[in-house]
Design a protein around this ligand. Structure first.
Ligand code: CIR
Length: 265
């Protein structure tokens, strides 16, 4: 078992592309506006950087409309990085593109290469374990390969289930600190967080479960005042970020970055 905290020295983000209008979405609730997306993205980057982390901003990739959701392409651990194998066919190439970038930070960059699929949005790394929610994008075979690869650094991988109809495991939860998880009631009902302290999103505000703890801040999307109040009262330092455009493509706070503390090379 390895330990992983909520403190990070680095983050990588990718600018949204003009092709973002063609991004995947479960339900069409409107086309994202690139200019507004860029403003929200700039606020997001500024919030990460305000904690003292070094934020690397990669150029947009027009051929990959969903590539702004960079979290899905890799899992960054303290010892090395694991390149994912996205279950969405249109996103497979994003994984190949991130590998050389990660090699600039890590000596060890390894990849899921079997027939299975796994996306970073289905992976929650806590102080104690790596939780992987199987979903329409992540299967048991991809999870098994992650278990084998992360095993070299003695991480424990536990397979759980993403609720039916929910894009990713982390669409419905986030790590708030070493022992606390922000979760929707529908996800925690599966008992996958037994042993953790759970804070539930306010009823009707399930869409803000995808938050991130990044150093001293908890970044959450604007527009969820009751959950923000619950977290504020629990002592978390909340920063709200506009997310209307990413939300049109089922994206939230975690999807927009890779967060990590690489070994010093
Ligand atoms: C997709 O469907 O793949 C993108 N439109 C949204 C990805 C969101 N990523 C995440 O939750 N980690």
């Amino acid at each position: 078992m390895k330990s992983q905290s909520c403190t990070f020295t680095h983050a990588i983000v990718r600018k949204p592309s003009h092709s973002i209008t063609k991004g995947l979405r479960a339900v069409d609730i409107g086309t994202p506006d690139l200019e507004l997306f860029n403003r929200h993205h700039a606020d997001y980057v500024a919030a990460l950087a305000s904690t003292g982390a070094k934020v690397t901003t990669l150029e947009a990739m027009e051929d990959f409309p969903d590539s702004v959701f960079i979290e899905d392409a890799a899992l960054c651990l303290s010892e090395g990085a694991i390149v994912m194998r996205p279950g969405a066919p249109s996103r497979l190439g994003e994984a190949a593109a991130i590998a050389p970038v990660l090699s600039g930070f890590y000596d060890e960059v390894i990849a899921i290469e079997g027939t299975g699929f796994i996306e970073g949005g289905d992976v929650l790394t806590t102080e104690h374990e790596i939780l992987v929610g199987t979903s329409a994008r992540t299967d048991s075979s991809g999870t098994e390969e992650l278990r084998r690869l992360a095993g070299r650094w003695r991480y424990e991988v536990r397979e759980v289930k993403t609720p039916e109809g929910v894009l990713h495991f982390k669409t419905d939860c986030s790590l708030l600190d070493e022992e606390t998880i922000l979760s929707t009631a529908r996800l925690s009902a599966s008992d996958c967080f037994d042993g953790y302290r759970i804070i539930h999103t306010a009823e009707g505000e399930e869409a803000c479960a995808n938050a991130i703890r990044f150093n001293e801040l908890v970044l959450m999307p604007c527009g969820f005042p009751r959950t923000a109040e619950i977290l504020d009262k629990a002592g978390y330092n909340i920063r709200t970020i506009g997310n209307s455009e990413a939300a049109k493509l089922d994206g939230g706070m975690s999807c927009l970055s890779l967060r990590f503390s690489p070994p010093t090379k």
